[in-house]
Write a protein that binds this ligand. Structure first.
Ligand code: XMP
Length: 513
């Protein structure tokens, strides 16, 4: 018999943070589904949610065409939590008033908590929150009362306990909000009555079922890069459709130390001859010979990758679906509104039209990196593979400033391995989101033994970030930096100087090219 799953629905009013809210709900071990704001109340009722969350959104509730939910949502007898725009919408739809405040609240705002009986149970008297709004509630709907305020807003949080409707003007889902997760847990567990029994293995089970339904008895092709995301997709697809999966691993010769061997070691036993490993190193290196411009390098690698992948796909005969390891931050990044190409990221999105795939399988689309890792462990992938720092598609090519040669690749590959080893030894592997070495184009004078040397400078970079859009450099212990530096100059030929990159993003980017 099918297990009854506890579900909370997030109605999306165009929020930048919708997936983040969903992720926080999942972190409270409750399954969350995101639906468009206009989903009819009857459809919501049919899913029997334990609670409904209204997301924030960029519109103004005072606009005539502001997105509104079906008014029937308030008749379902289900608890509702409105966040920012969601709170304001609840206000106007239930007869209260919102207005443009004299003082706009944006960014970090201190909220004073006045009532800790229900939604704000266990919350400190004052918390730092994150706000981003141009309107605020001035008159709540009947039956509502304020439970928190700020210096400029009497209704930083409100509730109608009888009807179980709640609103917060701030964003509890962002990491800058003190006790934001506690507030969400109060809503989900105490108010909605969810038991908090949902886990990543449930995601795996559901994803397997969904993949089976989508793919049926058809064939799936996956581009396996050796990175975390595509490895997790491979493991998931293998569990879902077994022999119907073919994975192509293109070794472009720009991989980290031992990476191709690890892909073999982990996936050959699972996939057997359905793992197609293509060694295209020489092909890539010859195309890259003499090229030093970063964008040109990226474009060559992107183009070549697509060609090798497509040639291999064609040689395999009929394949119906293309699987991809797209995760949620990839979608946000490619949907960036700046319109500026800072770096052209390569992925397999630009496959030639003549490859006759009838659909794309993207089972990690709603997940964040840490969730992908949890899923990978759940699927039995080795910890060292799941916890490897993320690696860009163009590989070591963008960590060598200027022209790429085999000798330079050797330097960056060996020094990167040392950086990773020492960071792991120092127990810092999870404190840094990404860490690696860069072969700068700079050569300088040094002294080795009694001899003058004129050799390369290697830069070490380690950053902490939640979303890879902004990042700060990690304060690695001096002893770790010291060990990294000593080992690199001693063990890697042609390096006589090591520097640590202490720039945040922005203004620098994470990779050097
Ligand atoms: P930047 O250097 O833009 O990097 O601050 C942000 C994150 O993206 C990764 N990155 C890439 N990933 N293909 C990828 O799959 C690419 O072309 C690419 N360029 C950068 C980078 O490693 C960091 O995690």
């Amino acid at each position: 018999m099918e297990k009854k799953r506890e579900l909370v629905i997030l109605l999306d009013f165009g929020a930048q943070y919708a997936q983040l809210i969903a992720r926080r709900v999942r972190a409270a071990n409750v399954y969350c589904e995101i639906l468009p704001y206009h989903t009819p109340a009857a459809e919501l009722a049919a899913r029997q949610p334990k609670g409904i969350i209204f997301s924030g959104g960029p519109a103004s509730v005072l606009d005539a065409d502001a997105p509104r939910c079906d008014a029937g949502v308030f008749e379902l007898g289900v608890p509702v939590l409105g966040i920012c725009y969601g709170m304001q919408l609840m206000t106007v739809m239930l007869g209260g008033t919102v207005e443009t405040p004299d003082e706009r609240e944006y960014g970090r705002v201190i909220v004073t908590v006045d009532d800790t009986d229900c939604l704000l149970q266990g919350v400190k008297p004052q918390i730092q929150t994150w706000m981003s709004h141009t309107l605020q509630v001035t008159q709540p709907p009947q039956g509502f009362r304020s439970t928190a305020h700020t210096a400029h807003c009497a209704f930083a949080a409100f509730e109608n306990r009888e009807k179980r409707f709640f609103g917060v003007q701030f964003h509890p889902e962002v990491s800058h909000c003190d006790q934001g997760q506690d507030i969400l847990v109060n809503f989900l567990h105490h108010i909605c009555g969810c038991s908090g029994s949902w886990q990543m293995n449930s995601y795996a089970e559901e994803a397997v079922a969904a993949i089976r339904e989508q793919v049926g008895d058809k064939q799936v092709l996956l581009g396996l890069s050796g990175g975390v995301d595509s490895s997790v997709v491979a493991a998931l697809l293998h569990r879902a459709v077994g022999e119907q999966l073919t994975a192509v691993f293109v070794n472009h010769g720009l991989m980290r130390k031992n990476e191709p061997e690890e892909v073999e070691a982990v996936f050959r036993p699972r996939l057997g001859d359905k793992l197609i490993a293509v060694d295209a190193s020489q092909r890539f290196l010859s195309k890259l010979a003499g090229v030093s411009d970063p964008e040109t390098k990226r474009k060559i690698i992107g183009r070549e990758f697509v060609e090798v992948f497509a040639e291999t796909a064609r040689s395999l005969g009929k394949l119906d679906f293309l699987a991809q390891g797209t995760i949620y931050p990839d979608i946000v990044e490619s949907g960036s509104t700046t319109g500026m190409v800072i770096k052209s990221h390569h992925n397999v999105g630009g496959l030639p039209k003549d490859l006759p795939f009838c659909g794309v399988v993207e089972p990690l689309r709603p997940l964040f990196k840490d969730e992908v890792r949890a899923l990978g462990l759940e699927l039995g992938l080795p910890e060292h593979m799941v916890w490897r720092p993320p690696f860009p598609g163009p590989g070591l090519a963008i960590r060598i400033i200027g022209e790429i040669t085999e000798d330079k690749l050797e330097i960056v590959r060996e020094s990167d391995a040392i950086v990773r080893e020492e960071i792991a030894k120092a127990g810092m592997a999870r404190a840094a989101a990404q860490y690696f070495s860069v072969l700068t184009g700079l050569r300088s004078v040094g002294v080795m033994g009694d001899e003058r040397s004129y050799d390369y400078t290697v830069a070490v970079r380690a950053v902490q970030t939640d979303d890879f859009m902004t990042a700060d450099w990690v304060r690695l212990p001096y002893d770790t930096l010291d060990m990294i530096s000593r080992r690199i100059v001693n063990e890697v030929r042609h390096v006589n100087r090591v520097v640590y990159d202490i720039t945040s993003k922005p203004p620098a980017s994470i990779e050097w090219e």
